[in-house]
Design a protein around this ligand. Structure first.
Ligand SMILES: *[C@@H]1O[C@H](CO)[C@@H](O)[C@H](O)[C@H]1NC(C)=O
Ligand SMILES: *[C@@H]1O[C@H](CO)[C@@H](O)[C@H](O)[C@H]1NC(C)=O
Ligand SMILES: *[C@@H]1O[C@H](CO)[C@@H](O)[C@H](O)[C@H]1NC(C)=O
Length: 252
């Protein structure tokens, strides 16, 4: 061991008060580090989380392949998960075949878009996100990242095993209005698709067309005050994947 025990004890003693765990899965506030507050806006992966167009949830997604109890040196598991499960990101190849073959996969996504100042806003609950709704939100031109909290959060759709296709998302004219009238590049939403189900293909095509906008879907926006934060979203570098689970946090 490189470091003596005394050093380890000193490190633990010093670092503990700085990392008091306040919340966790149910709480939203994960860590308190002096004046830095980290808010976790990613959903926890578990077998009963909803899977797109399915009734039964994602089901088993982890298989243990070696087990200490069975004499192995370590526990180790295999993971199998649809790429658009839980909190996840879409790459241009998701809806454009030529982008898929041109390797515009999740590894091509711009980390500058996925990290930086972000506005969390509440969308009127009576409607999908149409051009009229977008206009009414009065989002200033200089805003590049917006997390749209909708009726989906109120209905706790991400906590239900059955996929619910009556979720709220962007209509085609809402998506077009965003592209034409705002500088938004990161579009965050609180259910599995950024596009309303009746506008599934059309809205995705509008958002992904110029490879500038990155949809981040199924964000966990419960109980966080609307306002300005710094968002950090990091997708794993999956070559050839048109989507991927992503870990997102907000810093206050
Ligand atoms: C561990 O051993 C049990 C009993 O032999 C077996 O059923 C199980 O599949 C083993 N699991 C792993 C992960 O090796
Ligand atoms: C290894 O996996 C078993 C379940 O098979 C679990 O009970 C045990 O706590 C694990 N050990 C470690 C060190 O994680
Ligand atoms: C949003 O659109 C979906 C169909 O895409 C519909 O089922 C749902 O009722 C709409 N929601 C609202 C609040 O209008």
């Amino acid at each position: 061991m490189k470091y003596p025990l005394a050093w380890l004890v000193a490190w633990c003693t010093l670092s503990l008060p700085l990392h008091t765990v306040v919340g966790g899965d149910d709480g939203k506030l994960v860590a308190y580090d002096d004046d830095v507050r980290i808010l976790d806006i990613s959903h926890r992966y578990h077998p009963e989380m909803p899977e797109w167009e399915s009734e039964g949830g994602i089901g088993q997604f982890l298989w243990q392949v070696s087990r200490i109890k069975n004499g192995s040196m370590a526990n180790s598991s295999l993971m199998k998960l649809p790429t658009h499960t839980g909190t996840h990101v879409d790459a241009p190849g998701h809806f454009y075949d030529h982008y898929f073959y041109a390797s515009f996969d999740v590894d091509s996504l711009d980390l500058h878009v996925l990290n930086g100042p972000a506005l969390l806003i509440d969308v009127p609950r009576h409607s999908n996100i149409t051009a009229q709704v977008m206009k009414s939100l009065n989002i200033p031109r200089s805003v590049n990242r917006v997390l749209f909290r909708t009726l989906n959060t109120d209905r706790r759709l991400m906590f239900k095993k059955e996929c619910d296709l009556s979720y709220v998302g962007f209509t085609v004219d809402g998506a077009k209005w965003l592209v034409d009238n705002t500088d938004i590049k990161l579009v965050g939403i609180d259910y599995l698709s950024v596009a309303a189900y009746d506008h599934l293909v059309g809205s995705h095509l509008v958002f992904l067309k110029d490879r500038e906008i990155i949809p981040v879907e199924a964000l966990k926006l419960d109980d966080i005050p609307a306002g300005l934060y710094t968002v950090h979203c990091l997708p794993p570098r999956l070559s050839g994947a048109e989507g991927s689970p992503i870990r997102c946090i907000l810093i206050e």
